[in-house]
Design a protein around this ligand. Structure first.
Ligand code: ZN
Length: 495
């Protein structure tokens, strides 16, 4: 084989390229191969670097809502602000493990770590939760929050404010008070330097009214002809001494006339501030011995109440109807129009409801009271308890309720009326009309008030009524209706 001649050019000699080689042969020389290896290696290293970068960029992502540092206030509850995690669009939020606790009752920094793994790639993020005290203390005034009034010619007592801080607690003793140009300035710092300044205008003036307390009850009950004397009282004022408080008493009370009167006690301090206390004086009817009060419960009812009203009209006798929420409105209107008294017997007359609680009783009473007021234009203050105040059935639903109710209705201005003569007309047809009449007439007395219990929903009652009225008239009795000035007739409370 003929030895090849080197090409004169050095470059070609280095690569072992001969001048007589065709281009393809030139490429296959070992030098050329070496050159190729270098280039390949360079590409390989570059590729490796790109892959590493790609891996770094391609870790799962965690994004913290609210940022990587957040502050919460001392003792406020820490609530995770939320986060999202993803890997190339795939939601990994539910795979994130959250670790770390925040004790908000201790100031400090608390790390919370969030970690997620996906196909061997792991990402961790940390959030710092700072528990801080940045809340300002609060200054609160006991009264007069906008302006401070000090009694004329006296000193400020520094006792009408409190300062409280969420971290330090009561810091009232740290409050600095200064009077500057008609203003009182209150400054306080908590132990973290949070500062509060409050100002209020200061006036040397008495704006508070005196207090007046009666030694007698605010409602006084008298009988016609009784003596009435004003209550003694106690007065006090923030600035004026007792002897400098002027009290005047006004309002007419005529004890010779049945009615309700008001006596006003007016106290005035040196600065002219005024307090008014009203005492109610109720002058009651005298006890009418030998009077018969006919009372009808449970109505009204068509077919019985109307006939009873007819008889009362014919006989010119006034009576009292303790109504429920049953029956036609017209009969209540008519009874009122014809001069009878309308009292309250409860709306439902359901023992298990009205006697199961105080609230139930008064809710039910309000219902029937509203009905009567709507129909008559007058608020009735007369009550008859279903079963009477002496009933024992209420014990089953609420022990002690009658003891409470009998006092409470009086406190609320009502008067309640039991009975001392029972017609026994409610006992399920046990008695005839004649027997009902004699149940009443045999119990009447000239030596006392006769409060007669009847029921206008019973057929026999209307038949007995005329006999009772006839007997009463023939035996020197008179008939009357109950008014708010009629003395209460009460039985012994048994529950
Ligand atoms: Zn009843």
């Amino acid at each position: 084989m003929k030895r090849r001649k080197y090409h004169r050019n050095n470059y070609h000699r280095y690569y072992g390229i001969y001048s007589d080689m065709n281009p393809l042969e030139k490429k296959r020389t070992s030098a050329y191969r070496f050159h190729k290896i270098i280039i390949c290696t360079m590409f390989f290293v570059l590729g490796f670097c790109l892959l590493a970068c790609f891996q770094m960029l391609a870790l799962p992502r965690i994004q913290l809502d609210g940022g990587s540092v957040i502050e919460i206030e001392y003792k406020d509850n820490y609530k995770e602000p939320g986060f999202v995690s993803s890997y190339f669009g795939k939601d990994l939020t539910s795979k994130v493990r959250v670790q770390g606790n925040v004790n908000s009752s201790k100031l400090g920094e608390y790390p919370i770590t969030y970690q997620v793994s996906y196909h061997g790639f792991q990402k961790t993020k940390t959030r710092i939760v700072k528990v801080v005290d940045s809340k300002k203390p609060k200054i609160t005034f006991v009264n007069h929050s906008k302006k401070l009034y000090i009694c004329p010619k006296s000193k400020y007592l520094y006792d009408d404010y409190v300062a409280f801080d969420n971290y330090d607690g009561d810091i009232t003793d740290k409050v600095q008070v200064k009077e500057i140009g008609g203003k009182m300035r209150y400054t306080v710092f908590d132990s973290f330097g949070n500062k509060t300044v409050v100002e209020r205008g200061v006036f040397y003036k008495d704006v508070e009214a005196p207090t007046l307390t009666l030694d007698s009850p605010t409602t006084v009950m008298l009988m016609v002809g009784d003596d009435f004397s004003d209550s003694t009282y106690q007065v006090e004022d923030n600035c004026s001494s007792k002897k400098n408080i002027k009290v005047t008493v006004k309002g007419e009370v005529d004890t010779s006339k049945v009615g309700e009167y008001q006596r006003q006690y007016i106290a005035k301090d040196q600065a002219g501030n005024v307090t008014k206390v009203v005492q109610k004086v109720v002058v009651m009817e005298p006890v009418k011995r030998g009077v018969i009060y006919l009372t009808f419960d449970d109505g009204p009812r068509s077919g019985t109440t109307d006939i009873i009203l007819n008889i009362l009209k014919e006989e010119n006798v006034k009576a009292t109807f303790f109504v429920t929420n049953s029956g036609p409105n017209d009969l209540i209107k008519r009874a009122y129009r014809e001069g009878h008294s309308i009292g309250l017997h409860t709306a439902s007359h359901d023992y298990s409801v009205i006697y199961s609680s105080k609230e139930n009783y008064f809710n039910d009473l309000k219902e029937v009271s509203d009905r009567v007021e709507k129909l008559t234009g007058e608020k009735s203050m007369l009550i008859r308890f279903p079963g009477g105040s002496s009933n024992t059935i209420s014990r089953k639903y609420c022990p002690g309720i009658m003891s409470y109710l009998t006092k409470e209705v009086v406190n609320r201005g009502y008067r309640y009326y039991d009975w001392n003569v029972d017609s026994r007309d409610a006992e399920g047809g046990r008695f005839s009309a004649d027997e009902i009449a004699s149940n009443v007439t045999s119990s009447l007395s000239h030596d006392r008030v006769n409060m007669v219990l009847m029921h206008d929903i019973k057929v026999t009652t209307k038949d007995a009524l005329r006999k009772i009225i006839k007997y009463g008239k023939e035996h020197g009795y008179t008939f009357d209706k109950i008014t708010p000035y009629t003395d209460m007739v009460t039985q012994r409370v048994n529950n």
